[in-house]
Design a protein around this ligand. Structure first.
Ligand code: F6R
Ligand code: MG
Ligand code: MG
Length: 368
């Protein structure tokens, strides 16, 4: 324990209202009550409870570092308490992301998504917490690449001497459980081979080459891989530090003005545009979507979360929302055909194995 602050975002779907679309206010109240107790005990410095779609998001600051057992247990217990409320109200999928029966030291691998970064708070510390629903961790690959490696998005890469060296991208291979770090811009083409396949390779962390400091971190859990069957997508979180040698707030938000296609819409089995929205519109209804992203901005002050500012609610993203609706219309017209529906290898946790099994005797060689 030192002067460093840890910003932890731990999230789980512990029950939807209605169906998988949104959050019941009683769950938010219960989470606030649990975190208030943790604050009184001095376990956390500050917190903000939020939600996107059916995902409950615990945004917390403390001084215990990443992967801290006490913090993770408190988050787990909070989700359990919220699950109890969800069960009482018979909310949909109560406790759905709590895969384990009992807490085992670290919530990673137990269902909830975890994004944590530890750093020395700068003179002024602007951070943005992005939270998405109806998509998967790889959804951040495109915006992270734009923020930290694309000079057409981030002029700071060209004109700010503190950013000009570029950034290190730590990429995780979710299938093999391996990681590799790329130095951009020099290794951009190598990196793109991998991060262009967001269902398989995810950008976990981004570091400044100038300072070695953490600049961004994301959740990379894949529930299906943990559970061995389809249990929903892993609606992800991304934390980005901004300004003073890191991308400006506007450079960090800019990629969301172009709603890119992500996986996870309807039954976790369809692609659709990632629509940037203000918190009040984080309610994916149409065809259980389209996928949403909310961006909450905070200034940290001695670990206190000053905010949030509901950054993607800005009218400047109205056109992006309109474009996302146009893309959604177009994709919906494709119905059960790719690329609206996911490729077969991403459908392996759905009905595909059962249908395949049922029909396997009927498959004959083309030339008999
Ligand atoms: C997508 C999602 C929903 C559900 C769908 C079916 O990520 O969460 O689209 O997959 O509503 O849900 P169940 O199988 O629970 O009826
Ligand atoms: Mg759900
Ligand atoms: Mg969700």
């Amino acid at each position: 324990m030192g002067d460093k602050i840890t910003l932890s975002v731990i999230k789980a779907d512990v029950g939807g209202f209605v169906g998988h679309s949104g959050m019941h206010p009683e769950l938010v109240d219960k989470a606030n009550e649990c975190l208030e107790k943790a604050k009184e005990k001095g376990l956390v410095i500050d917190f903000h409870v939020s939600s996107v779609g059916d995902d409950l998001e615990l945004i917390m600051t403390h001084q215990k570092g990443r992967d801290n057992g006490e913090i993770h247990r408190m988050a787990w217990d909070t989700f359990l308490a919220c699950t109890e409320v969800a069960r009482k109200l018979k909310l949909y999928g109560a406790g759905q992301d709590l895969l384990a029966d009992a807490f085992a030291g670290n919530v990673k691998g137990m269902g909830p998504g975890v994004a944590e970064m530890e750093f020395e708070e700068r003179k002024s510390e602007p951070v943005i917490v992005f939270m998405a629903d109806k998509t998967e961790p790889g959804a951040w690959n495109f915006p992270l690449f734009k923020m930290f490696a694309d000079p057409f998005n981030t002029p700071g890469l060209v004109i700010d001497p503190n950013m000009h060296d570029g950034f290190l991208f730590e990429v995780h291979d979710l299938m093999a459980g391996k990681k590799v770090t790329f130095s951009l811009p020099e290794e951009m083409y190598d990196a793109l081979v991998f991060i262009g396949a967001p269902g398989h390779y995810c950008i976990k962390n981004v570091f400044s080459k100038k300072t070695g400091e953490i600049a961004a971190t994301s959740t990379t859990q894949r529930l299906n891989l943990m559970a061995g069957k389809y249990v929903g997508k892993d609606d992800p979180v991304l934390i980005v530090r901004c300004q003073s040698g890191l991308p400006a707030v506007g450079e960090v938000l800019e990629p969301f003005a172009n709603p890119h296609l992500v996986s996870g819409w309807m039954r976790g089995s369809h692609r659709g545009p990632l629509m940037p929205v203000g918190h009040k519109n984080a309610l994916p209804t149409r065809f259980d979507g389209p996928p949403r992203v909310v961006g909450l901005g905070f200034q940290l002050s001695g670990g206190c979360l000053v905010g949030p500012q509901d950054l993607l609610g800005d009218v400047a993203f109205d056109k992006a929302r309109e474009q996302a609706n146009d893309i959604a219309n177009y994709m919906r017209r494709l119905g059960p055909f790719e690329p609206h529906r996911l490729n077969l290898d991403e459908m392996e946790y759905t009905t595909m194995p059962f249908v395949m099994d049922k029909l396997k005797e009927r498959f004959r060689p083309i030339i008999e």
